[in-house]
Design a binder for this molecule. Structure first.
Ligand code: HEM
Length: 440
């Protein structure tokens, strides 16, 4: 494991330190996190998110105060059950394509799993959340690479303290490089919003983005972008920032989670077989899974949760205290301080999880040993939890069901302990998932 993580493992429940002029509290104990996570004075994001906004735009994930509340209320309705189920036919077609792409790599060699999956999540997000198609051979089709590069550069800026000085960052040429990728991402965002505003097909367009659903014989889905645009409260730049935010929040997180899932299947063939058997029993060998089928995949859901416990893509979150916050035990986090919640540390802590590195999906059985509800934060918790949680779960269950019906996954890793992780903006496996694939 990464050295910084090892050090943090030995941290007590609360660590308080100054980072330059900023006071930071790191809270590890769920009883303190419970006091903070839904507190009205801890709903704003702190200075780390100012950096993140360079990547994601000023959207839901980085906004604070009244603006965040307004956007969250508006967007919430687009992620209700009805809207999600309307995405399912598109998800089924695209996950079928994902399986074909995976089948093309079948053999004894390590498959480029993350690359294939991240293209899938980018394409799916465009089709479902935005209601537009994108051509995977166009520049925009390489969006996964653009995002990857931006995350890498941003992590370098945040984690290496000397890069906080603008002069060093600019002189190193990294800002220029970051701006190049930022412009490419903005071009895509602008084009998506333009096409939606025109509401027309654009088969000949240079950027090869077209309004979806006209193009394919799929039922109309309630794209979240449609509801944003129907709302006259939001101006064009706010809409663009939300599109940018959803590209970042929806694609790489899910791609990293699915990649970890398939690696875990490779390590634990018995768990893979148990999921396969559940899929065959509840979904069947052919045909598109229905929402009801997917809701019956209970063991699969526990496996996903256990993967997100050990490999949470969002491994750390933080908040800004906009007033004094009493967290119990006579401790007050003062106004102006930042509060960091090290999700990975909590998920892998022996204080809150028995035998924490053991992969055991049954920890999530309803009658499993009692644990603090905030010892699991895969999608965070409270009013600022992940708005895409149900979308992500639906998508992951579907992708797993479609893939396991045809394929078997194998991994060079033998245990969770063996997997080195790397903490950029999102958690990933340092040397890749080391997975190869065979037909069933
Ligand atoms: C496995 C996949 C995913 C994981 C593990 C994940 C995890 C998280 C976590 C931990 C947060 C809290 C971040 C923070 O407080 O800083 C979050 C927030 C968020 N997520 Fe996700 N996410 C996933 C997929 C998605 C998807 C598919 C979408 C959109 C369709 C999405 C949209 C968002 C947004 C917009 C926020 C900010 C919410 C707010 O601050 O009000 N996420 N996610």
């Amino acid at each position: 494991m990464n050295v910084a993580m090892k050090l943090m493992d030995d941290y007590p429940d609360i660590v308080k330190f100054w980072m330059g002029s900023k006071l930071l509290y790191v809270l590890k104990n769920p009883k303190y996190i419970e006091k903070v996570i839904s507190h009205p004075k801890a709903l704003d994001k702190d200075f780390f998110y100012e950096q993140l906004a360079q990547l994601s735009g000023d959207g839901l994930a980085t906004l604070g105060g009244a603006k965040w509340r307004r956007h969250r209320k508006l967007i919430n309705s687009s992620f209700g059950q009805k809207a999600l189920h309307s995405f399912l036919p598109i998800m089924a077609v695209r996950s079928g394509d994902l399986v074909k792409d995976l089948q093309n790599t079948v053999g004894d060699k390590i498959a480029p799993l993350y690359h294939i999956i991240s293209r899938y999540t980018v394409e799916l997000t465009f089709q479902t959340a935005f209601g537009v198609n994108m051509n995977l051979n166009s520049i925009e089709g390489k969006l996964d690479e653009v995002i990857d590069k931006m995350i890498e550069l941003l992590t370098e800026r945040i984690l290496k303290i000397w890069n906080h000085l603008d002069i060093i960052w600019y002189l190193s040429g990294k800002q220029k490089e970051f701006q190049y990728y930022q412009n490419r991402l903005r071009e895509v965002v602008n084009e998506v919003v333009k096409r939606k505003m025109e509401g027309e097909r654009s088969k000949d367009s240079e950027t090869e983005i077209e309004v979806a659903n006209d193009h394919e014989n799929l039922p109309r889905s309630a794209a979240f972008l449609d509801s944003l645009m129907a709302n006259t409260d939001l101006d064009e730049s706010e809409i663009k920032d939300e599109v940018n935010t959803f590209i970042i929040a929806a694609t790489d997180t899910t791609a990293k989670a699915l990649t970890s899932l398939f690696a875990i299947f490779g390590i634990y063939p018995d768990i893979q077989e148990k999921v396969y058997r559940e899929v065959i029993e509840k979904v069947g060998l052919v045909g598109d899974p229905t929402p009801e089928d997917l809701s019956q995949l209970e063991y699969t859901e526990r496996v996903i949760k256990e993967v997100l416990r050990l490999f949470p893509p969002g491994f750390m979150i933080s908040r800004y205290a906009s007033g004094d916050i009493d967290i119990g035990d006579n401790i007050t986090v003062p106004e102006g301080a930042s509060i960091a919640i090290p999700i990975l540390q909590i998920h892998r802590s022996g204080e809150y999880w028995e035998d924490p590195l053991k992969f055991d999906p049954d920890r999530f059985l309803p009658d499993a040993a009692k644990r603090h509800p905030l010892s699991y934060l895969g999608f965070s918790h409270g009013p600022r939890n992940c708005i895409g949680m149900r979308y992500a779960m639906l998508n992951m269950k579907l992708a797993i069901a479609m893939a396991l019906r045809r394929l078997r996954f194998f991994s060079e890793y033998k245990s969770v302990e063996e997997i080195e992780i790397s903490l950029t903006l999102f958690l990933k496996m340092r040397d890749g998932p080391k997975v190869w694939i065979k037909n069933r």
